[in-house]
Design a binder for this molecule. Structure first.
Ligand code: PMP
Length: 368
């Protein structure tokens, strides 16, 4: 699922948790480590001046939406088909009956009244975004996006797509929320915003920043973040938010990720895997494509290109299921869905990558 970019049970992270454990595990108040942790995030992301620690990505995005609604005085939000932002009601929505239809809940239990406030556009479809703003521009509080999608499988943004979102939201007074729960510290020290030089209004972080413990964060400029309680009126709280063990793990994780060579090495491992698996597809005459950015990647069967949820869903999920089971029998634990990102970690060696490629070759030979 992506938090363990250094691998399981990474000794310095375990040590940091053990040290913190002796100091106590819950105080209902920020601790010194939480403040240090917040400072690190401010340093890593241009434009981030305030950080609110929470315990899950779901809480970070849920709070981002509440804050955006309060800040703009508007109710609608725009999300992208196939993007996952956790399981709060407003965000469990995709375009059920066409991109121009108002939101349809895709989980029982999400009230239609709430879902209808969530507009949905296809990922990479700037024209549909423009159309939503043309029709509802003064009602849209925020656009929320995974700037590199990981939850329909990996789908990178087309050139200019994210820049277009920045422009249209700014022009209409809506906030741009980057959900970097997966991509934060996955591809560089920082996020997709760092790589692309795009400044969102709010950033949601999770996974890697907690070093494998329950920690996530909402971050942004003081002007917006200052509206959160207790300084401002927008309520948010959590008994275990910024938990001392979690922030200790997160701080050590961030320290480790600042070592030189971390991200080039992850790119090297990812490229090795991509090349190898692509070779297997060719050798075994299996139609498919690999979407990879750095150490996050997805193999889609039966399609030549995946650029959004519709093309992801056109892939052969039956074959993926058989491939998944075959790989598991080989000792390789892939994410158990065709619509998830797989991750390479720094704990993987070249030999691990080669074993994975050999296993894929045996599995696909048997399936073909
Ligand atoms: N946003 C994104 C992009 C995610 O991938 C996830 C989790 N897969 C979440 C939000 C929700 O995070 P959590 O599971 O910690 O609630």
């Amino acid at each position: 699922m992506g938090p363990l970019i250094l691998g399981h049970a990474y000794p310095p992270v375990l040590q940091a948790v053990q040290d913190a454990l002796r100091d106590g595990t819950a105080f209902g108040a920020p601790t010194a480590r939480e403040v240090q942790f917040a400072r690190r995030l401010c340093e890593a992301f241009p434009g981030v001046e305030r950080v609110r620690a929470v315990s899950s990505g779901t809480e970070a995005t849920m709070t981002a939406i509440r804050l955006a609604r309060a800040f703009t005085g508007r109710t609608k939000i725009l999300k992208f088909d196939g993007c996952y932002h956790g399981h709060s009601d407003s965000l469990l929505v995709r375009a059920g009956s066409g991109a121009l239809t108002f939101g349809v809940p895709n989980s029982p239990g999400v009230p239609e009244a709430l879902a209808s406030q969530t507009l949905v556009a296809p990922f990479n479809d700037g024209e549909q975004v423009q159309a939503w703003f043309a029709a509802n521009g003064d009602e849209i509080a925020a656009v929320i996006i995974e700037p590199i999608a990981g939850n329909m499988g990996v789908v990178p943004p087309a050139p200019g797509f994210l820049e277009g979102l920045r422009e249209v939201t700014a022009a209409h007074g809506a906030l741009l929320v980057f959900d970097e729960v997966i991509t934060g510290f996955r591809l560089t020290y920082g996020g997709v915003q760092t790589l692309r030089g795009i400044r969102p209004d709010l950033t949601c972080l999770g996974k890697i920043i907690g070093g494998g413990l329950p920690l996530a964060a909402l971050a942004g400029p003081a002007e917006i973040m200052g509206r959160l309680a207790p300084v401002g009126p927008v309520y948010q709280a959590g008994t275990l938010s910024g938990n001392p063990l979690a922030v200790a793990a997160g701080l050590e994780m961030l320290t480790q990720l600042q070592r030189p060579g971390v991200y080039p090495r992850l790119e090297e491992l990812g490229a090795r895997l991509e090349d190898g698996v692509r070779g297997v597809l060719q050798r075994r005459r299996v139609r498919g494509c690999i979407n990879r950015v750095g150490s996050m990647w997805t193999l889609f069967f039966g399609v030549d290109e995946v650029t959004d949820a519709a093309t992801a869903e056109a892939s052969d999920t039956q074959l993926f299921a058989r491939y998944f089971r075959g790989m598991l029998a080989e000792g390789i634990y892939l994410p158990p869905s065709a619509f998830e990102s797989a991750f390479v970690s720094l704990a993987h060696s070249d030999a691990d990558i080669d074993l994975t490629i050999e296993a894929a070759d045996r599995v696909l030979a048997a399936l073909a």
